[in-house]
Design a protein around this ligand. Structure first.
Ligand code: AMP
Ligand code: ZN
Length: 466
């Protein structure tokens, strides 16, 4: 398998340390708010990577953290803990906030067919592990105490800038906003391993430690959780591209200083989901969640389909027009699959041939858009019967996970039906009020989504035409 490795800035042959066994770590969400569909593009990509490795015969153990403490508003240790900000906003405790948004994230993953990793661990469950690592870093001179907090000394780690491929001056300009506040640091990119009351006395989640009561920094949790569950060596570490600096850079520095050897050979980063304002974020532009897509009548899997049509490493631009297009294609695809009959014998040779082709697309740096093209080739193939087509598509579904065989009776189609019925009801109210302008707007909105409505003597009926 070939993957783009950020460590060496090129596509490389993936060779795990143990033959056909992969230890994979993926940074999880900070549970201070709903995930937007940009965040979820990253988790869809990670899901595809894990399923592709399995499709290709690897045995994968995947671990993910849940950041429920320590992620400050600024990635360079400035501002308050994001959880605390959310707790104040929602008049809840940080623990309640964490539980609520972890559950929401889980529900989003289910609706997008993202498999829950084999091990998912909240940061707050692993405090002893961080204390162990930080103590050794202090003993070995990689960390120092300043104003009661423990910081990692980036000047002690030679290869600090390797992953980002940028130098210190460049980075200072790039992240100026983030690094301005903390005067306790010796070097601008030093980062907090453990904070005590001296820095944030209103922090709600706190634990005893050799350096005083306090809480861990954001970066140490991923090193701690990865080493605890996957051991000293890791094959693949993933995240969105904004995690390269400082988060993944800091993870490498502290893990390798602690372990005394190279930690992870492959770093895979995913491109952003952008909207017209640039990178989609929670604070800028429309806050696009899976709930909102469902409310607007979209099947969340149409969004997965849209992601699968793009190259994971590149940015993807979102607009409703693009999602409408993907939804139409996705519905049509499902209908074509639903129409395949179940008669006849399976052509095993062809099944194997398509399996191999699909696998080689995945081996080619996760070329999922070629996988989708191959799916259409299967549907068009005159040399095989429907039953064989079904079997091949079933095989592809192990990775694509688009629910292609559940055209009828899915909760998602029920979502669409509910939406259409709600819109028709709204339109009939407008018509009664003689507000034809608004009524026409609704007809047009439905038409744009491929839904044609017709007024009959029995009432308004509709047909999905695309
Ligand atoms: P957070 O929950 O804020 O920690 O973010 C969860 C993950 O989503 C992180 O790996 C982020 O880097 C990633 N992320 C944030 N914004 C985007 C975006 N617009 N597109 C893709 N991934 C993103
Ligand atoms: Zn992480």
């Amino acid at each position: 398998m070939r993957l783009y490795n950020t460590l060496n800035k090129k596509i490389e042959e993936f060779i795990p340390r143990e033959e056909k066994k992969v230890k994979m770590y993926t940074c999880g969400p900070t549970v201070y708010h709903y995930a937007h569909i940009g965040n979820l593009r990253t988790y869809i990509s990670e899901d595809i990577l894990e399923k592709s490795l399995k499709y290709l015969g690897y045995d994968v153990t995947r671990v993910m953290n849940i950041t429920d403490v320590g992620h400050l508003v600024g990635d360079g240790d400035s501002g308050e803990d994001k959880m605390l900000v959310a707790a104040k906003r929602e008049h809840k405790s940080s623990w309640e906030v964490a539980k609520y948004y972890t559950d929401c994230f889980k529900k989003d993953c289910e609706r997008l067919n993202i498999k829950w990793p084999s091990i998912v661990s909240p940061a707050t469950d692993n405090i002893d592990e961080y204390i162990k690592i930080i103590s050794k870093l202090l003993d070995d001179g990689y960390a120092y105490i300043s104003d009661g907090n423990v910081y990692y000394d980036t000047s002690r780690y030679q290869d600090y800038y390797h992953l980002s491929g940028r130098n210190a001056d460049d980075l200072i300009v790039a992240v100026r906003e983030d690094i301005k506040e903390d005067t306790s640091k010796r070097n601008p990119f030093d980062f907090g391993l453990w904070f005590t009351n001296s820095k944030f006395n209103n922090q709600e989640m706190q634990w005893d430690s050799p350096w005083g009561r306090g809480y861990p920094g954001w970066h140490i949790e991923c090193s701690g959780i990865s080493i605890k569950y996957l051991g000293e060596y890791l094959d693949i570490h993933c995240g969105a591209e904004d995690a390269i600096f400082p988060h993944h850079t800091n993870e490498i520095a502290q893990s390798e200083a602690y372990l005394g050897h190279k930690w992870c050979n492959y770093w895979v980063h995913f491109g952003f989901l952008n909207d017209k304002n640039g990178k989609m974020s929670k604070s800028n532009g429309e806050f696009l969640t899976v709930d909102l897509l469902v409310e607007k009548g979209y099947n969340p899997l149409a969004y997965r389909y849209l992601c699968l049509n793009s190259y994971y490493h590149n940015a993807l631009t979102f607009s409703y027009e693009i999602l409408d297009g993907a939804s139409r294609e996705y519905d049509k695809l499902k209908r074509r699959v639903a129409n395949l009959s179940n008669d006849g014998d399976i052509n095993q040779t062809k099944l194997q041939e398509y399996h191999d082709k699909f696998g080689s697309n995945l081996e080619n740096d996760l070329n999922t858009s070629s996988c989708i093209t191959l799916l259409y080739d299967v549907l068009k193939d005159n040399t095989i019967n429907d039953k064989t087509k079904r079997e091949i598509i079933c095989d592809f579904e192990k990775v694509l996970s688009l629910d292609l065989f559940t055209f009828e009776n899915t909760s998602l189609d029920i979502n669409l039906k509910n939406y259409i019925e709600k819109m028709i009801e709204k339109r009939s109210i407008y018509k009664k009020e003689k507000n034809f302008e608004e009524a026409d707007k609704i007809r047009k909105e439905l038409m744009d989504k491929g839904i044609m409505i017709k007024d009959t003597r029995e009432g308004t009926v509709y047909e999905v035409i695309r």
